[in-house]
Design a protein. Structure first.
Length: 304
């Protein structure tokens, strides 16, 4: 799959492209329905399928104080896009200039002239361009357009906002069903105070690249995807009250992991289920007992 950051100066040698457009925060089942429809149309026409998205949620530029926390970064799910059959992903910088581009100019200059878009596939609530004047009705009057209806699970519409609400409330099961996979945190391992190592349970502290939505503080069963393989993990999210911590941190103890350093490496934590709430314990010895119990819980949950 080709990955392009920006569309300026492009002049594809293929004559036309089927394009699906959207913010695609989380790449949930509703987004996947839009993408699958675009891929099917492209294959029937022997054309490439391109996905056009943005490097940030538009609200981060238009109203940062009201911007929602993110579910994922645009490049987090490239393997999923490839598996779905997307041939080309274009990530546009949603800066002030793009936010002020009219729908007419966005369609004519970027989608048609630069990307050779001949057929657009969008979700039912899609709109683009300055003041969001490029609605689905507007598009259908100007270019061949397919509008994909809402995707529902058990009568509930799947949306990024619904998934954020589920994660924020700790309902990882609902979030996972709507995403079509476990809710995940992806970042790089950063240095901590090495308290876990002193206790006999070394942890990888995850640093996130943006304002990522987090579940409530507590301990979770997880799968950690690392450059050295996949490992069961006990993940703690919170400010560590037993040691009078002040910052909210994400710490993962990877079961049966040893050897290579993870500092500075990319790691994804797929959160499976909640074990317990965060609590202040009387001593470090008691904390060690709780951590050991958490690890045994993880083994039991993931042993199958």
């Amino acid at each position: 799959m080709l990955i392009l950051f920006g569309a300026a100066g492009l002049d594809p040698q293929w004559p036309a492209t089927v394009l699906c457009l959207g913010t695609f925060d989380g790449f949930h089942l509703g987004h996947q329905a839009v993408i699958r429809k675009a891929v099917a149309i492209a294959r029937a026409a022997d054309l490439p399928c391109g996905l056009v998205t943005f490097d940030r949620h538009p609200a981060m530029t238009l109203a940062p104080e009201r911007a929602p926390s993110t579910l994922s970064q645009p490049t987090d799910n490239l393997s999923l896009l490839s598996d779905l059959g997307v041939d080309l992903t274009v990530v546009l910088a949603f800066d002030r200039a793009l936010s002020e581009t009219s729908a007419e100019d966005f369609l004519a200059t970027i989608l048609q002239a630069q990307l050779h878009g001949s057929h657009l596939v969008v979700g039912h609530d899609f709109a683009f361009g300055h003041d969001r004047l490029g609605t689905t009705d507007w598009l259908e009057a100007r270019v061949q357009t397919t509008v994909v209806p809402p995707f529902e699970l058990d009568g509930v519409r799947v949306s990024s906002s619904a998934i954020r609400a589920a994660v924020a409330s700790g309902d990882l099961a609902t979030a996972g069903r709507m995403l079509g996979r476990p809710f995940a945190l992806r970042g790089v391992v950063i240095s901590g105070d090495k308290l876990g190592r002193q206790l006999g349970f070394p942890t990888a502290n995850l640093g996130l690249p943006a304002r990522h939505i987090l579940p409530p503080d507590g301990v979770y069963v997880a799968q950690a995807v690392t450059p050295f393989g996949q490992f069961a993990a006990a993940v703690s999210i919170g400010d560590r009250p037993t040691v009078n911590g002040t910052n909210r941190v994400i710490e993962a103890h990877l079961l049966d992991f040893s050897g290579e350093s993870l500092y500075g490496r990319s790691v994804t934590l797929q959160l499976v289920s909640h074990i317990r709430e965060q609590r202040r314990l009387a001593s470090l010895e008691e904390l060690k007992e709780w951590i050991n119990n958490d690890i045994e819980t993880v083994r039991g949950c993931l042993s199958g």
